[in-house]
Design a protein. Structure first.
Length: 101
């Protein structure tokens, strides 16, 4: 199984979170996290997810406490990236020696 790209993960997480009523999902490349808001709380998920069955993240409640959250994942379809094979130059056929008279 190939590793999904950040864009594929963002789309999959966004689809799963829309079912729960969240706003737009933003990818923060500097912090390597995805961020969104849901019912006044800020949800934060890392770009690297260890568990393939759940989205694991942190829920921040304004300036107050925070808690860990887990949301069941919908299966992510990944397309295997196939690297093109290096082209090899065709070997030239040996020239047959012609008898000289």
């Amino acid at each position: 199984m190939s590793t999904p790209t950040i864009l594929q993960m963002q789309r999959a997480l966004s689809d799963d979170l829309k079912k729960l009523g969240t706003e737009t999902l933003v990818s923060n490349a500097l912090r390597k996290t995805f961020n969104t808001r849901m019912h006044g709380a800020v949800l934060e998920f890392a770009h690297k997810q260890a568990d393939p069955d759940f989205w694991s993240g942190v829920k921040h409640y304004g300036s107050g406490p925070r808690s860990r959250i887990r949301i069941r994942r919908t299966a992510v379809e990944t397309v295997a990236v196939v690297k093109p094979k290096a082209r090899r130059k065709a070997k030239a056929e040996p020239v047959a020696a012609t008898p000289q008279e």
